[in-house]
Ligand binder design. Structure first.
Ligand code: PHE
Length: 452
């Protein structure tokens, strides 16, 4: 099927398409659900006082997040192109710059995402070896980061896996795999949440996670929550534009966007329900930074029957969740090189993967052997994380909101309309958020965050 609009020539013939709406929702949810939910979200919630962070985060997901997510999918399906090509086709002028910003962010994120996914892989093997019966998880984690070559080897292995999937196209591999693996991951998250919540001290953990403490609010909390909402929903850099470009016409986009956002939020809340009870059980500090999930999860496993088995299965599933997200970071950059610069898919994949690995090296070293790799009081990796998630993604999201809200609004309304051509009730509200609420809120948060 082709997209027959007067101002966009139907050159999408032969473009790969998702097999079904469910397949698209699962692949997009596979992109959204990843280390952002299990690793990044609890780490930031812990550093920002728990409950209040959760509340601000939820408000942002429901308002800005879901709106920008839908905007991206709309752009992708309307344009049938990679992020740069999509802005060129639908907007022209300087708009492709938004695509370039996104591609850059995707590449930068992929570089440190691979490092963290490497830790996940390493911990799957550590769980299997029964290491945590003898060694404290916090020590095992510090040992891993302290090594020079080991985390890099794991990161390399993970990136090779990612490249292999992108090599072959995504429909048969990822769409199918997600249909089975995502439900399995959720099932395990639920089992673990129940086990963690019933540990001694578990209720204190849940209280920390759910009860807002208003004395702790500052502008940094808003910046972190906004960045996390964008990071976790995979928005602001064109991943969802790319996935949307593989969609058939006439599928309800609004419903899909809401389902993706709901699944992603559920995964984050479940992860919090595992990590924080475990933090209080093990008498750790919730504000202990990027290692939080890696230190607390093995603690929960150690306290449950067949914990070693659960531990292995969980870290394997988390690796897969990370894989389905990493694919969606690699794919937009590859699609850009293929669509805009005529690269062969294989060469583009190889080039971007090697580049991401090389840039991952200073990230990995900055947390262990070479602490001098830091600036502004942040390690190289934390700095990359902050610049991408808290600055580049919100700026990208702002531009996407303005683009859909003002530049292509009639086209966007047509994209979300039902079969009879009527836009759904919420469409007006959606446009209002894109035109006014999102730009003002994002600008305000960026400015207060930078000056505060
Ligand atoms: N959303 C993914 C996660 O939570 C990370 C990601 C960000 C993937 C941006 C694609 C684009 O782990």
């Amino acid at each position: 099927m082709q997209d027959a609009s007067p101002n966009s020539p139907p050159t999408s013939a032969g473009r790969e398409k998702w097999a079904s709406r469910l397949g698209f929702v699962m692949a997009a949810a596979g992109s959204a659900v990843g280390l952002g939910n299990v690793w990044r979200f609890p780490w930031l919630a812990g550093e920002n006082g728990g409950g209040l962070f959760l509340l601000i985060y939820l408000v942002m997901v429901v308002t800005l997040g879901a709106s920008v997510l839908l905007a991206e999918i709309v752009i992708g399906r309307a344009a049938q192109k990679d992020p740069v090509g999509a802005f060129r086709r639908l907007g022209g002028g300087a708009w492709p710059l938004v695509g370039y910003l996104g591609i850059t962010a995707a590449f930068l994120i992929l570089s440190f995402y691979g490092v963290v996914a490497g830790w996940t892989l390493a911990f799957a093997f550590r769980q299997a070896s029964g290491l945590f019966a003898a060694v404290e998880p916090s020590k095992a984690f510090a040992d891993l980061l302290g090594s020079t070559s080991e985390p890099l080897a794991w990161a390399f292995a993970f990136l090779v896996m990612t490249a292999c999937v992108v090599f072959g196209g995504i429909r048969n591999g990822i769409e199918r795999a997600n249909l089975v693996l995502m439900p399995l991951l959720f099932l395990l998250l639920i089992v673990l949440a129940i086990r963690a919540a019933t540990l001694p001290g578990g209720l204190d953990g849940l209280r920390f996670f759910f009860a807002p403490d208003f004395s702790r609010v500052d502008s940094g909390t808003f910046t972190a929550a906004l960045g996390q909402a964008f990071f976790s929903l995979s928005i602001g850099l064109g991943a969802m534009i790319t996935y949307g470009s593989y969609l058939q016409p006439h599928q309800s986009l609004g419903r899909s966007a809401l389902q993706i956002a709901a699944l992603d939020t559920l995964a984050a809340v479940l992860a919090g329900c595992i990590v924080f009870p475990a933090v209080f059980f093990a008498d750790l500090n919730p504000a202990s930074g990027p290692g939080l999930a890696f230190v607390t999860l093995p603690t929960v496993f150690a306290e449950m029957p067949a914990g070693r088995l659960f531990g292995v299965v969980f870290f394997v599933l988390l690796t897969i969740a990370a894989l389905t997200s990493a694919i969606s970071l690699l794919e937009p950059v590859v699609a850009f090189l293929v669509d805009e610069h005529g690269f062969r898919r294989h060469r583009a994949t190889l080039l971007v993967t090697v580049g991401a690995f090389l840039l991952g090296i200073p990230s990995s070293l900055s947390l262990g052997p070479v602490p001098a790799l830091s600036a502004f009081g942040l390690s190289f990796m934390d700095l990359l994380d902050f610049v991408t998630a808290s600055l580049m993604l919100p700026i990208g999201g702002l531009a996407i909101a303005l683009f859909v809200g003002w530049k292509i609004a009639p086209r966007a309304l047509a994209e979300v309309a039902d079969a009879a051509g009527r836009p759904p009730l919420l469409a007006r509200l959606w446009l209002f958020v894109l035109r006014f609420v999102a730009p003002v809120a994002i600008l305000w948060i960026l400015l207060t965050g930078l000056t505060g």
